[in-house]
Design a protein around this ligand. Sequence first.
Ligand code: HEM
Length: 219
Amino acid sequence: MSESVKKWGPRIVWPLIYFTMFVLIVFATVRTLEILNGGALGDSGDFGPPPEFADRYYRHPLVSFIHMGTGILFLLFAPLQFSTKFRAKNLTLHRWIGRVLMTAGLVAGVTGILAGLWLPAFGGISTMLAVWFFGIAIIICFLRSFWCARNRMIPAHREWIMRAFAIGLGVGTQRILIFIFMPFQLAPFDQIFGPLLWLGIAINLLVAETWINVTRKKR
Ligand code: HEM
């Protein structure tokens, strides 16, 4: 079982990861254009968010720009850092990029919590709890991963950074779930936003923990 997960897992999961990153980049681009435009670019249709959704980003441009920019920077270069070949050939570069990406990821986590408070995050208490819970969790993952790297606990360093990556990418999985669920009209947009944030990040963490378990070397 674990052998087939090792063989097929990356072939299935990496394309999904790149697709989720693409979705996040599209959202970040749209929000950036809306901030520059001073409001929503167009009607988001019957199933999309109400116009106030975009307005919150435009009213808080600084926290929005910093959050989206640092988050995307971290996600874009993280796959390079996971590459065994790249690390083997460029260890010093891996360390420097790692420091930059960890700082970017930490800033994305902190500004995620601030965005939850200031925008404020859509979806009321369930979104707010998710933002606090996973915002603190991603910060812990980064700090623990850095501590492990400094203390030469490399397998543990890899595991903690995978968890941080899974949480960061979970925000994109939530957007994909919104696209899947909204046409069924199970609940209004603001009621489904929070539960799908929990679900999106939980799915990613489940995949990450499975991968961590099947690839963990017996110590
Ligand atoms: C590290 C990778 C991350 C990236 C690339 C990222 C990217 C984004 C993007 C593109 C948006 C705008 C989404 C949209 O318009 O639909 C957004 C919004 C937001 N993000 Fe992040 N994010 C990341 C991590 C986090 C974390 C860890 C948290 C805290 C748990 C967080 C909390 C938020 C909140 C509260 C919003 C506003 C949601 C709303 O519109 O109500 N983000 N993020």
